[in-house]
Design a protein. Structure first.
Length: 321
Protein backbone atom coordinates (compact mmCIF):
# COMPACT_ATOMS: atom_id res chain seq x y z
CA UNK A 1 0.00 0.00 0.00
CA UNK A 2 0.94 3.66 -0.38
CA UNK A 3 1.32 6.10 2.50
CA UNK A 4 2.39 9.69 3.05
CA UNK A 5 3.40 11.83 6.02
CA UNK A 6 3.97 15.48 5.25
CA UNK A 7 6.57 15.61 2.46
CA UNK A 8 7.53 11.96 2.89
CA UNK A 9 6.15 9.17 0.71
CA UNK A 10 6.19 5.42 1.32
CA UNK A 11 5.40 2.29 -0.64
CA UNK A 12 5.06 -0.59 1.80
CA UNK A 13 4.63 -4.33 1.39
CA UNK A 14 4.29 -6.54 4.46
CA UNK A 15 2.04 -7.46 7.36
CA UNK A 16 0.80 -6.28 10.76
CA UNK A 17 -0.14 -8.34 13.80
CA UNK A 18 -2.03 -7.59 17.02
CA UNK A 19 -3.77 -4.60 15.43
CA UNK A 20 -7.00 -4.96 17.45
CA UNK A 21 -5.23 -4.99 20.82
CA UNK A 22 -3.02 -2.08 19.72
CA UNK A 23 -6.04 0.05 18.80
CA UNK A 24 -8.34 -0.85 21.70
CA UNK A 25 -5.93 -1.13 24.66
CA UNK A 26 -3.13 0.92 26.16
CA UNK A 27 -0.84 -2.08 26.47
CA UNK A 28 -1.28 -3.58 23.00
CA UNK A 29 1.91 -3.78 20.93
CA UNK A 30 1.69 -3.41 17.17
CA UNK A 31 3.91 -5.97 15.45
CA UNK A 32 4.86 -6.20 11.81
CA UNK A 33 7.43 -6.52 9.07
CA UNK A 34 7.64 -4.49 5.85
CA UNK A 35 9.67 -3.83 2.78
CA UNK A 36 9.64 -0.07 2.25
CA UNK A 37 10.61 2.01 -0.75
CA UNK A 38 10.47 5.78 -0.93
CA UNK A 39 11.42 8.59 -3.24
CA UNK A 40 11.85 11.03 -0.35
CA UNK A 41 11.79 10.84 3.46
CA UNK A 42 12.01 13.97 5.60
CA UNK A 43 12.96 12.65 9.04
CA UNK A 44 12.76 16.14 10.54
CA UNK A 45 8.95 15.98 10.18
CA UNK A 46 8.90 13.27 12.84
CA UNK A 47 10.52 15.50 15.47
CA UNK A 48 8.75 15.60 18.82
CA UNK A 49 6.37 18.48 19.50
CA UNK A 50 5.12 17.27 22.87
CA UNK A 51 5.76 19.34 26.03
CA UNK A 52 9.25 19.20 27.53
CA UNK A 53 8.22 17.56 30.83
CA UNK A 54 6.45 14.57 29.29
CA UNK A 55 8.22 11.26 29.27
CA UNK A 56 8.51 8.92 26.32
CA UNK A 57 5.97 6.47 27.69
CA UNK A 58 3.37 9.23 27.66
CA UNK A 59 3.95 10.17 24.01
CA UNK A 60 1.28 9.18 21.50
CA UNK A 61 1.83 8.16 17.90
CA UNK A 62 1.08 11.06 15.55
CA UNK A 63 -1.04 10.34 12.48
CA UNK A 64 -0.21 13.52 10.59
CA UNK A 65 2.01 16.59 10.99
CA UNK A 66 0.56 19.34 13.17
CA UNK A 67 -0.11 22.71 11.54
CA UNK A 68 1.91 24.73 14.05
CA UNK A 69 5.30 26.45 14.26
CA UNK A 70 8.28 24.10 14.33
CA UNK A 71 9.40 23.18 17.84
CA UNK A 72 12.56 21.54 19.07
CA UNK A 73 12.55 18.02 20.44
CA UNK A 74 14.14 14.66 19.84
CA UNK A 75 12.61 12.04 17.57
CA UNK A 76 10.42 9.73 19.64
CA UNK A 77 9.94 6.06 18.79
CA UNK A 78 6.62 4.91 20.34
CA UNK A 79 7.11 2.22 22.97
CA UNK A 80 4.12 0.18 21.74
CA UNK A 81 5.68 -0.71 18.38
CA UNK A 82 7.64 -3.81 17.40
CA UNK A 83 8.28 -3.30 13.70
CA UNK A 84 10.92 -4.32 11.21
CA UNK A 85 11.62 -2.50 7.96
CA UNK A 86 13.84 -3.40 5.04
CA UNK A 87 14.15 0.07 3.55
CA UNK A 88 15.29 1.62 0.30
CA UNK A 89 14.98 5.39 -0.10
CA UNK A 90 16.23 7.53 -2.96
CA UNK A 91 16.59 10.66 -0.80
CA UNK A 92 16.51 11.20 2.97
CA UNK A 93 16.66 14.55 4.77
CA UNK A 94 17.80 14.31 8.38
CA UNK A 95 18.93 17.23 10.51
CA UNK A 96 20.39 19.20 7.55
CA UNK A 97 21.96 16.08 6.03
CA UNK A 98 20.97 15.01 2.51
CA UNK A 99 21.40 11.25 2.12
CA UNK A 100 21.16 9.57 -1.27
CA UNK A 101 20.27 5.93 -2.08
CA UNK A 102 19.80 4.87 1.53
CA UNK A 103 19.33 1.14 2.21
CA UNK A 104 19.29 -0.99 5.33
CA UNK A 105 17.37 -2.81 8.03
CA UNK A 106 15.51 -0.76 10.65
CA UNK A 107 13.92 -2.22 13.76
CA UNK A 108 11.68 -0.39 16.23
CA UNK A 109 11.03 -2.17 19.51
CA UNK A 110 10.15 -0.79 22.97
CA UNK A 111 11.00 2.76 21.94
CA UNK A 112 14.41 1.86 20.53
CA UNK A 113 15.50 2.20 16.91
CA UNK A 114 18.19 -0.15 15.62
CA UNK A 115 19.80 0.29 12.21
CA UNK A 116 21.81 -2.60 10.80
CA UNK A 117 23.93 -2.76 7.64
CA UNK A 118 22.74 0.70 6.65
CA UNK A 119 24.35 2.26 3.61
CA UNK A 120 23.93 5.59 1.88
CA UNK A 121 25.73 8.19 -0.19
CA UNK A 122 26.67 11.45 1.53
CA UNK A 123 28.68 14.29 -0.04
CA UNK A 124 29.66 11.95 -2.86
CA UNK A 125 31.10 9.08 -0.78
CA UNK A 126 29.75 5.72 0.31
CA UNK A 127 28.93 5.42 4.01
CA UNK A 128 28.17 2.24 5.99
CA UNK A 129 26.68 2.47 9.46
CA UNK A 130 25.20 0.48 12.32
CA UNK A 131 23.37 2.50 14.96
CA UNK A 132 20.93 2.52 17.87
CA UNK A 133 18.79 5.40 19.09
CA UNK A 134 16.37 5.75 21.99
CA UNK A 135 14.60 8.82 23.36
CA UNK A 136 14.64 9.18 27.15
CA UNK A 137 12.35 12.22 27.25
CA UNK A 138 11.07 14.59 24.58
CA UNK A 139 14.27 16.63 25.02
CA UNK A 140 16.89 13.92 25.53
CA UNK A 141 17.98 10.78 23.67
CA UNK A 142 20.81 8.25 23.73
CA UNK A 143 22.60 7.11 20.58
CA UNK A 144 25.38 4.77 19.54
CA UNK A 145 26.83 4.24 16.10
CA UNK A 146 29.70 2.75 14.16
CA UNK A 147 30.44 4.45 10.85
CA UNK A 148 32.78 3.87 7.94
CA UNK A 149 33.13 6.50 5.22
CA UNK A 150 35.61 5.93 2.42
CA UNK A 151 37.44 8.59 0.43
CA UNK A 152 35.40 11.71 1.11
CA UNK A 153 36.25 15.32 0.33
CA UNK A 154 37.22 16.93 3.63
CA UNK A 155 36.42 20.46 2.44
CA UNK A 156 32.95 19.43 1.29
CA UNK A 157 32.35 17.63 4.59
CA UNK A 158 33.27 20.77 6.50
CA UNK A 159 30.97 22.94 4.39
CA UNK A 160 27.95 20.60 4.31
CA UNK A 161 27.94 18.54 7.54
CA UNK A 162 27.33 20.61 10.66
CA UNK A 163 28.40 18.01 13.23
CA UNK A 164 31.68 17.46 11.33
CA UNK A 165 32.24 21.22 11.26
CA UNK A 166 31.72 21.43 15.03
CA UNK A 167 33.91 18.47 15.98
CA UNK A 168 36.67 18.96 13.37
CA UNK A 169 36.94 22.73 13.08
CA UNK A 170 40.55 22.47 11.87
CA UNK A 171 39.20 20.93 8.65
CA UNK A 172 38.34 24.47 7.54
CA UNK A 173 42.00 24.88 6.57
CA UNK A 174 42.34 21.53 4.79
CA UNK A 175 41.46 20.14 1.41
CA UNK A 176 41.83 16.64 0.03
CA UNK A 177 40.63 13.07 0.51
CA UNK A 178 40.27 11.19 3.81
CA UNK A 179 38.47 8.13 5.18
CA UNK A 180 37.01 7.56 8.63
CA UNK A 181 36.26 4.46 10.72
CA UNK A 182 34.73 5.55 14.03
CA UNK A 183 32.53 4.37 16.89
CA UNK A 184 30.73 6.85 19.11
CA UNK A 185 27.99 6.87 21.73
CA UNK A 186 26.44 9.57 23.85
CA UNK A 187 23.42 11.76 24.37
CA UNK A 188 21.51 14.25 22.21
CA UNK A 189 19.78 17.36 23.50
CA UNK A 190 16.40 18.74 22.44
CA UNK A 191 17.87 20.16 19.24
CA UNK A 192 19.32 16.75 18.28
CA UNK A 193 22.83 18.10 18.93
CA UNK A 194 25.41 15.96 20.76
CA UNK A 195 26.13 16.79 24.41
CA UNK A 196 29.92 16.81 24.25
CA UNK A 197 30.74 15.64 27.82
CA UNK A 198 28.54 12.57 27.21
CA UNK A 199 30.47 11.38 24.14
CA UNK A 200 32.57 8.21 24.39
CA UNK A 201 34.25 6.48 21.47
CA UNK A 202 37.22 6.22 19.19
CA UNK A 203 38.49 5.32 15.76
CA UNK A 204 40.80 6.21 12.90
CA UNK A 205 41.01 9.08 10.44
CA UNK A 206 42.99 7.92 7.41
CA UNK A 207 44.53 10.71 5.37
CA UNK A 208 44.96 9.76 1.74
CA UNK A 209 46.07 13.09 0.32
CA UNK A 210 45.44 16.37 2.17
CA UNK A 211 46.82 19.88 1.82
CA UNK A 212 46.73 22.10 4.93
CA UNK A 213 46.78 25.83 4.25
CA UNK A 214 46.81 28.53 6.92
CA UNK A 215 46.19 26.37 10.01
CA UNK A 216 47.15 28.52 12.99
CA UNK A 217 48.91 25.68 14.81
CA UNK A 218 51.38 25.10 11.97
CA UNK A 219 51.83 28.86 11.58
CA UNK A 220 52.80 29.03 15.26
CA UNK A 221 55.20 26.08 14.91
CA UNK A 222 56.77 27.75 11.87
CA UNK A 223 57.28 30.99 13.78
CA UNK A 224 58.75 29.29 16.87
CA UNK A 225 61.21 27.17 14.84
CA UNK A 226 61.89 29.83 12.21
CA UNK A 227 61.02 27.31 9.49
CA UNK A 228 58.84 28.75 6.74
CA UNK A 229 58.13 25.44 4.94
CA UNK A 230 56.21 24.04 7.94
CA UNK A 231 53.36 26.55 7.50
CA UNK A 232 51.49 24.64 4.80
CA UNK A 233 52.19 20.89 4.98
CA UNK A 234 50.96 18.29 2.51
CA UNK A 235 49.97 15.02 4.20
CA UNK A 236 49.52 11.58 2.65
CA UNK A 237 49.14 8.02 3.89
CA UNK A 238 48.76 8.98 7.55
CA UNK A 239 46.47 7.22 10.05
CA UNK A 240 45.40 9.32 13.04
CA UNK A 241 43.87 7.29 15.89
CA UNK A 242 41.86 9.09 18.55
CA UNK A 243 39.58 8.36 21.50
CA UNK A 244 36.95 10.60 23.11
CA UNK A 245 35.81 10.76 26.74
CA UNK A 246 34.79 13.52 29.18
CA UNK A 247 35.00 16.22 26.49
CA UNK A 248 38.64 15.29 25.74
CA UNK A 249 39.96 13.81 22.49
CA UNK A 250 43.18 11.86 22.98
CA UNK A 251 45.39 11.73 19.89
CA UNK A 252 47.69 8.72 19.70
CA UNK A 253 51.23 9.29 18.47
CA UNK A 254 51.45 9.58 14.69
CA UNK A 255 54.21 10.55 12.26
CA UNK A 256 54.32 12.07 8.81
CA UNK A 257 56.84 13.51 6.36
CA UNK A 258 56.91 16.68 4.31
CA UNK A 259 59.56 19.04 2.91
CA UNK A 260 62.29 16.86 4.43
CA UNK A 261 60.90 17.17 7.98
CA UNK A 262 59.53 14.27 10.04
CA UNK A 263 57.06 15.64 12.62
CA UNK A 264 55.63 13.44 15.37
CA UNK A 265 52.50 14.53 17.23
CA UNK A 266 50.52 13.20 20.21
CA UNK A 267 48.44 14.58 23.05
CA UNK A 268 44.95 15.80 23.84
CA UNK A 269 42.48 18.41 22.65
CA UNK A 270 39.16 19.38 24.17
CA UNK A 271 36.00 19.40 22.08
CA UNK A 272 35.70 23.13 22.76
CA UNK A 273 39.07 23.84 21.16
CA UNK A 274 41.76 23.72 23.89
CA UNK A 275 45.12 22.17 22.96
CA UNK A 276 47.69 20.12 24.86
CA UNK A 277 49.90 18.52 22.24
CA UNK A 278 53.48 17.30 22.28
CA UNK A 279 55.39 17.51 19.03
CA UNK A 280 58.83 16.45 17.88
CA UNK A 281 60.05 18.12 14.71
CA UNK A 282 62.46 15.64 13.16
CA UNK A 283 65.05 17.56 11.15
CA UNK A 284 66.32 16.71 7.65
CA UNK A 285 67.55 14.52 6.25
CA UNK A 286 66.49 11.50 8.34
CA UNK A 287 64.79 12.93 11.44
CA UNK A 288 67.41 11.48 13.79
CA UNK A 289 67.79 14.85 15.45
CA UNK A 290 64.69 16.79 16.40
CA UNK A 291 63.23 19.74 18.25
CA UNK A 292 60.78 18.95 21.11
CA UNK A 293 57.78 21.29 21.11
CA UNK A 294 54.60 21.78 23.09
CA UNK A 295 51.41 23.20 21.61
CA UNK A 296 48.93 24.66 24.13
CA UNK A 297 46.34 27.42 24.09
CA UNK A 298 43.40 27.03 21.71
CA UNK A 299 42.89 26.20 18.05
CA UNK A 300 42.30 29.88 17.36
CA UNK A 301 45.26 31.03 19.46
CA UNK A 302 47.86 28.24 19.75
CA UNK A 303 50.99 28.73 21.85
CA UNK A 304 54.12 26.86 20.76
CA UNK A 305 57.19 26.51 22.96
CA UNK A 306 60.38 24.50 22.80
CA UNK A 307 60.33 21.83 25.50
CA UNK A 308 58.35 18.84 26.72
CA UNK A 309 56.42 19.93 29.82
CA UNK A 310 52.68 20.64 29.59
CA UNK A 311 49.68 20.67 31.93
CA UNK A 312 46.80 18.24 31.43
CA UNK A 313 43.53 19.61 30.09
CA UNK A 314 40.65 19.65 32.55
CA UNK A 315 38.03 17.01 31.83
CA UNK A 316 34.32 17.85 31.71
CA UNK A 317 32.34 14.89 33.00
CA UNK A 318 28.76 14.16 32.03
CA UNK A 319 26.72 15.26 35.06
CA UNK A 320 23.53 13.46 33.97
CA UNK A 321 24.97 9.95 34.15
Amino acid sequence: FLAAYGQSDFKMNGYLQNVFNYVTTKTGVLKGSFKVTSRYINVDEFMSSTPTNKTVTEAKTETKPQAQPAQTGVIIIPTNLNLQFIANAQKVNFDKLNLQNATGSLNMNKGKLTMQNTGFNLIGCNVNMNATYQALTTQKANFEYAIKATDFDIKRAYNEIEVFRKMASAAEKAQGIVSVDYQLKGRLNGNMDPVYPSLVGGGTLSIKDVKVRGLKMFNAVSKETNTESIKNPDLSKVDIKTTIKNNIMTVERFKFKFAGFRPRIEGTTSLDGKLNLKMRLGLPPFGIFGIPLTVTGTQNSPKVKVGRKTEDLEETKDTEN
